[in-house]
Design a protein around this ligand. Structure first.
Ligand SMILES: Cc1cc2nc3c(=O)[nH]c(=O)nc-3n(C[C@H](O)[C@H](O)[C@H](O)COP(=O)(O)O)c2cc1C
Length: 393
């Protein structure tokens, strides 16, 4: 990790990011048309209004960003699209894809001819006024030429590496329930960090608190997640995600896991789902394949959990059914698959599952041999974490 020296003070890069990550931002996509009229764009958290008279706004792209280079090459105009809480998929696609960033997403033209993304909360057409030097970033000041509301709904927020929308502070007090888990999770830090480093991916600890799973700690990084981590992310406890808790929990927990999705499933589907905890127990870990379906389910579930009015139970149902076939298939993969995650239990001093360690997949395909090796390493790390917890207790 590099250090930065400024005026004699050494600032460690990770520390800088973590401290600044305590400041929540909205998320915008800056768009402009290329020579063929197709949109180019960039996901940006550093958007701000600057001045009312004259009307100025600004955003700060990294000088090394290829997306910024592409935007800049289109000319001196751009459009700010403030994303809605349910546009996390779009946010990730524009942040991660190198080409075809907008494939699958609707857009239309603003009066100035810039691409306006469908469902954005507001759009702001700008002409580049000035570009200032901002260290390793540029400070792009835009003069506003037109602006308006787009879709109704709450804006998407980015905070501590996770996405959400505004929540009344009373809900945050639920975090105190997490405190009892955090001590145990802290004990497993070395296992999480060495596993993440050895396999070059992200390892997270996910605790079950009431009816929510909370991503309580993370080590390492994977390109299938958004940098730096998703700590703080909350998901409802419901099949097929969080199967470790159902597998190593009691019958009541198993029922709670199925209850939220059982409605509308036929008998065969329900029977298959009821068999999953036993399957996961026998295997020793849970496995999910399918990057897009898994990410989509997580994002819809997170929004439902956060009470986002723009996401309906029907959205959740659709996301659930498209992801279901990728979770805990009875047979091991017999060819390369998109490995999304592997999860294994860590047991508390009372011998009950305290939390699960999740080893996230990497972009693209993973071979069966690689999956076996990763699963084995994860199960060993989780067992080592359980021993540390038992020793300390
Ligand atoms: C929520 C979020 C906010 C971001 N904010 C900024 C930003 O303010 N400035 C920036 O340079 N990149 C930002 N990024 C990163 C870029 O969107 C993009 O991932 C990065 O530029 C990728 O590199 P490339 O442009 O070379 O493809 C952000 C990404 C996310 C997901």
């Amino acid at each position: 990790m590099s250090d930065r020296t400024q005026g004699g003070t050494r600032i460690e890069a990770r520390h800088f990011r973590e401290v600044l990550g305590q400041y929540p931002t909205g998320v915008v996509v800056v768009t402009a048309p290329d020579t063929a009229g197709e949109p180019v764009g960039m996901t940006v958290g550093s958007f701000t209004s600057v001045s009312l008279d004259p009307p100025l706004v600004a955003f700060l792209p990294s000088k090394t960003s290829s997306s910024w280079a592409a935007l800049r090459a289109t000319g001196d105009r751009f459009c700010i699209n403030v994303l809605r809480a349910d546009q996390e998929d779009l946010c990730r696609a524009v942040a991660m894809r190198k080409s075809d960033k907008f494939a699958g997403f609707e857009w239309h033209r603003s009066p100035a001819g810039n691409p306006v993304l469908e469902d954005a909360v507001v759009w702001i057409d700008c002409v580049t006024d000035r570009i200032h030097d901002g260290g390793d970033h540029d400070i792009v000041v835009g003069r506003v030429v037109d602006l308006d509301f787009g879709s109704s709904g709450d804006p998407l927020l980015f905070f501590r590496g996770g996405y959400g929308s505004f929540r009344p502070s009373s809900l945050v007090s639920g975090d105190s329930d997490l405190l009892s888990h955090l001590g145990l999770i802290d004990l497993a830090r070395p296992q999480m960090e060495s596993l993440a480093a050895d396999l070059d991916t992200e390892v997270t600890a996910i605790a079950l608190v009431g009816d929510e799973m909370i991503l309580a700690a993370a080590a390492g990084h994977t390109d299938i997640a958004v940098s730096p981590t998703r700590v703080g992310q909350r998901l409802p406890f419901m099949a097929p995600i969080g199967s470790c808790f159902a597998a190593w929990g009691d019958d009541e927990l198993c029922e709670r896991w199925i209850a939220r999705v059982a409605d509308g499933m036929d008998a065969a589907e329900l029977a298959a789902l009821r068999g999953v905890p036993e399957l996961v127990r026998q295997r020793g870990y849970a496995i999910a394949v399918g990057h897009r379906e898994g990410a989509h389910l997580e994002s819809v579930a997170t929004r439902i959990n956060a009470g986002d009015p723009g996401t309906s139970p029907d959205d959740l149902r659709k996301a659930f059914f498209s992801a279901l076939p990728g979770y805990n298939r009875p047979e091991d993969p017999d060819g390369d698959v998109e490995l999304r995650s592997l999860s294994a239990p860590v047991f508390g001093p009372d011998g009950r599952i305290a939390y699960m360690l999740t080893l996230w997949g990497r972009p693209g395909l993973t071979s069966p041999a690689d999956i076996r090796q990763r699963a084995q390493a994860l199960v060993q790390a989780a067992a080592a974490a359980s021993r540390v917890v038992a020793d300390v207790a």
